[in-house]
Write a protein that binds this ligand. Structure first.
Ligand SMILES: [Fe+2]
Ligand SMILES: [Fe+2]
Length: 138
């Protein structure tokens, strides 16, 4: 989850890196709330808030890429839909009251988010930002 703080994994666009740090802070907060849910319904609300925030984040990324690389934007969109599905499963497990299932699904979601950042977001936005810095770069 600390991917975006690691210099090795920065995208080349400070605004994009800051946006990811904020999103990851929210995901960490949601994880803490779910792991410590005393049964007050706070966990479900935390998941819903993150889900809406993720939708906005994903839309921003897809629009940013669609302008310069529509083919990659569709790959991005597909992986985003998968992440939302994984978070939806966490919410379903919460609704069913299966806390152990929920914790397992939450770990799966966080691992998938990290993998998405390392293998999809960062390479794509790095490529896009490289193009912005030098229009003649291949
Ligand atoms: Fe992202
Ligand atoms: Fe993304």
């Amino acid at each position: 989850m600390s991917t975006w703080r690691n210099e090795e994994w920065q995208s080349g666009d400070p605004a994009m890196d800051t946006e990811h740090q904020k999103l990851h802070q929210m995901a960490s907060s949601m994880t803490a709330v779910v792991m410590n849910d005393p049964g007050l319904g706070l966990a479900t609300e935390a998941v819903d808030v993150l889900r809406e925030r993720m939708r906005l984040h994903f839309r921003m990324e897809e629009q940013a890429l669609a302008r310069t690389d529509p083919e990659s934007a569709s790959i991005l969109k597909e992986d985003h839909a998968r992440l939302l599905l994984l978070l939806g499963r966490v919410r379903d497990a919460l609704a069913d009251g299966g806390i152990e299932d929920c914790k397992h699904l939450l770990t799966e979601f966080n691992t998938a988010m990290d993998k998405h950042d390392r293998e999809v977001d960062i390479p794509l936005f790095r490529m896009q930002n490289k193009g912005k810095r030098d229009p003649l770069a291949s």
